[in-house]
Design a protein around this ligand. Structure first.
Ligand code: GLC
Length: 427
């Protein structure tokens, strides 16, 4: 395959910026919520299917917005933290306008802490989002305003989700990784077929037992039936601890910076020890206090490429997997599941089971940056070009067929606008 390694043209970058600005105008939600007495101003993932505020979506939105509209980017993050809980936790969904969408909410499989706030986490890329908005906007002034809440959230993760003291954070149900229906979970959830109902049954088998003790975090972990250190979630955590350290330095807090750097380094050591699989040359998430590897080849196995301190031998092995046409080097990379894995499906299956094969913009963004960090700007640019080609072919969609660029899932899907940072980043 020919690698498109030229820098994106100025006109292409401008075209992407225009598309991005349009989506954030169309999907913007503004108003006042009487249940919490707060104003809100954020971009929802999709006006059609997801009208509420999701945690990691909002972080991607803020990074995209930092290129086109700083005010909206700031407002997105401020809204996200408005209903932060007293323990530092930030819900993965804030149902700002729930009363207008009761019927839609009844179709979601989501755990609630209260009527308007979920009791789940999502991948913690909040520090990266703050840094993007601060760097292209008001700098340390914005950082100073928002950092206290951000730090309380990372303390919550450290205290509540690092149960074995190895520095890795654990999720207690699959959707906490944001990768809801990934085949990584099939075994733990006892999934036998590709139907939405089977997945929902699996989800209830994991989550219903938690209700008996009111989702007490300690007890959920003690139950030991889904206590996963997911590779992607932890790589994002590590990256964000390091960004958090930098943000602390921006406001002259050297002691704070050192704490986060120590946590990041410890997590890297545990990731190497527990998640690396020498035989396959890939990283896998581990489950439970036994740390059993979940040996399914998905894009998360490649995510440690984002770590700048990854040893060269492992960098080379991961790049070999990415550029193998049998595994990940599709016409429109990077598929979310290796194409030679038996569960790989290029398009939607079972109603709307996600993360079982199609290519997504957010994973392309992370992996392209990883490639770039390890000297492979050529491959990163190729991913950027093919990502733009997907949008040209099908518009801004939730995910794409890696072989044909057919768009699937929600139309006008907001986090796909992270494309702008991918394209600018390789220019
Ligand atoms: C789906 C995705 C999740 C995302 C949400 C809103 O549930 O799996 O990652 O946050 O939609 O876009």
């Amino acid at each position: 395959m020919i690698i498109k390694s030229q820098a994106p043209a100025i006109e292409e970058i401008q075209w992407v910026k225009n598309e991005v600005a349009l989506i954030h105008e169309r999907n913007r939600q503004r108003g006042f919520a009487t249940w919490c007495n707060h104003e809100f101003d954020f971009t929802c993932p999709s006006s059609v299917t997801y009208p509420f505020q999701w945690f990691w979506d909002s972080c991607f939105h803020a990074i995209a917005l930092s290129h086109v509209d700083i005010k909206k980017g700031e407002a997105e993050l401020v809204s996200l933290l408005k209903n932060q809980h007293s323990d530092g936790f930030v819900s993965h969904v804030t149902f700002w306008q729930r009363d207008a969408f009761e019927e839609m909410v009844s179709t979601y499989a989501i755990a609630f802490r209260s009527k308007y706030l979920s009791d789940e986490m999502q991948p913690p890329l909040l520090a990266e989002a703050v840094a993007a908005v601060a760097d292209r906007g008001r700098g340390a002034e914005f950082t100073r305003e928002i950092l206290p809440g951000v730090r309380r959230f990372y303390e919550w993760l450290h205290i509540t989700r690092n149960p074995y003291g190895d520095g890795l954070i654990r999720v207690v149900q699959p959707d906490e990784t944001g990768l809801d229906h990934s085949p990584m979970w099939d075994e733990l959830m006892n999934i036998q077929d590709e139907e939405q109902e089977s997945w929902e049954r699996g989800w209830h088998s994991i989550c219903d037992p938690y209700d008996a003790f009111d989702r007490d975090p300690k007890k959920m972990i003690e139950l030991n039936h889904f206590v996963v250190a997911d590779v992607m979630t932890n790589v994002i955590y590590i990256e964000n601890l390091r960004v958090l350290a930098r943000l602390c330095r921006d406001i002259d807090d050297e002691d704070g910076a050192l704490v986060y750097e120590d946590r990041a380094n410890k997590a890297v050591q545990s990731l190497e020890k527990l998640c690396w699989n020498e035989e396959d040359g890939l990283y896998y998430g581990v489950n439970g206090k036994e740390n059993k590897q979940l040996r399914v080849n998905t894009f998360t196995s490649l995510m440690p490429l984002l770590l700048p301190d990854l040893e060269q031998r492992k960098v080379d092995l991961l790049i070999k997997h990415i550029t193998d046409p049998a595994e990940y080097w599709a016409e429109y990379p990077i598929p979310s599941v290796a194409m030679n894995h038996p569960t790989y499906r290029p398009e939607t299956v079972g109603g709307n089971l996600v993360w079982r094969g199609p290519s997504w913009m957010n994973s392309n963004w992370y992996l392209a940056r990883g490639l770039q960090r390890h000297g492979r700007l050529d491959l990163a640019r190729h991913i950027a070009h093919q990502s733009m080609a997907m949008v040209k072919a099908s518009g801004i969609r939730e995910y794409y067929n890696p072989q044909t660029a057919n768009g699937h899932g929600a139309p006008d899907f907001s986090w796909s606008t992270i494309l702008v940072d991918l394209v600018v980043g390789v220019a």
